[in-house]
Design a protein around this ligand. Structure first.
Ligand code: SF4
Length: 342
């Protein structure tokens, strides 16, 4: 239990992030709520442009200079048990640097652009060890070999002095995972960790992340546009649409009792291995342009279950439909207590 009586290691409430650009203000996150319990895994799912990556960058205070957290809290339970609000730290502060990388690590989607081509694998892993673990050179080399072996890199002692361009895509992602694990974090954020990989390698990397999560009792936040990826990986799924969580539920409920029309659309878009051959279903239209958002429920121009003016003019509130299952949609509003456009 944390000091505030919660078992959540991260608790995000009403998170709002805007980008202040020359063309105007873009509201990227509009009241996002989610929690990661200690040792559990959550999946954050949605199409590109729904705010998944911005959410994770906000947690780590890695937002672009033009972006600002305008409202909300990100409560984080530190290793010593104290609970802090990460929105209160400046991105470059010592405290935030200690937490970022030391307690919360991230695996990025493009290992080639996230790893340095001019430093050896050892240099890049050791940097994390020196920064967060305060160990000497000999210990760092031993620990790097252990980490590379842990993530399944053969001949680790020889390969740690190679450069990342000498590694295959799958092996580079394993190096990235080793780097993320080096400071012994308590939270791992994996942002589309298999997008850049061949299908055959994707499953191996996901299995590795799952094994590491269980072995080290990590709290995992897995970000993906592919609902199929989260099936065997997470406990709770958060479905995001245009800066909001529109549904969240235990993973099996999302697959067997999806409520929100957007979640159903994402599920229908997963190619089926059995059944008649034909076109893969898709959700009509695209995620709305930030400068031209629709009124009311932001999903209404694409919604197959649109119920009229109420959807076009009002924003649905989040309602609990069962324990740990919430949805924002007028289909589940017995007493429409509507919130006007914000
Ligand atoms: Fe569709 Fe209306 Fe529900 Fe929005 S509120 S998802 S438009 S039914």
């Amino acid at each position: 239990m944390t000091e505030n009586g919660s078992k959540n290691i991260i608790d995000v409430k009403d998170l709002q992030v805007s980008f202040f650009t020359d063309s105007g203000v873009v509201r990227a996150l509009n009241g996002v709520n989610f929690a990661i319990p200690q040792g559990k895994a959550i999946g954050v799912v949605g199409e590109s442009g729904c705010g998944k990556t911005v959410t994770s960058y906000a947690v780590l205070q890695l937002l672009a200079k033009t972006a600002k957290i305008t409202q909300g809290t990100i409560q984080f339970q530190k290793r010593d048990g104290t609970v802090v609000d990460l929105t209160q730290y400046k991105p470059g502060s010592n405290e935030m640097r200690r937490i970022r990388g030391g307690e919360i690590s991230m695996i990025f989607q493009e290992p080639m652009s996230s790893l340095s081509p001019v430093h050896t694998v050892y240099d890049q892993i050791a940097e994390n060890l020196f920064l967060h673990k305060g160990i000497n050179e000999k210990q760092a080399r031993e620990r790097t070999v252990e980490l590379l072996q842990l993530v399944g890199i053969p001949k680790a002692a020889e390969r740690m002095d190679e450069y990342t361009f000498q590694f295959s895509g799958g092996m580079r992602q394993r190096v990235m995972i080793a780097m993320a694990l080096a400071p012994e974090p308590r939270v791992l954020i994996a942002d589309e960790p298999t997008t850049a990989l061949d299908v055959t390698i994707q499953a191996q990397v996901l299995q590795l992340i799952k094994r590491m999560q269980e072995e080290f009792n990590l709290s995992l936040m897995l970000i993906t546009h592919d609902l199929g990826v989260v099936a065997h990986m997470v406990d709770q799924v958060y479905v995001m649409y245009r800066g909001r969580v529109v549904e969240d539920a235990p993973v099996m409920e999302v697959f067997y009792e999806p409520r929100h029309p957007y979640t159903r659309g994402l599920l229908n878009s997963i190619p089926k291995l059995r059944g008649p051959r034909g076109k893969v279903a898709s959700i009509p239209g695209t995620v709305p342009d930030s400068y031209n958002l629709p009124s009311g429920c932001l999903f209404h121009p694409r919604c197959s279950q649109y119920i009229g003016e109420v959807c076009r003019q009002n924003v649905p509130q989040t309602r609990a439909v069962s324990a740990n299952h919430r949805v924002s949609c007028f289909l589940y509003d017995e007493t429409p207590d509507v919130q006007k456009e914000v």
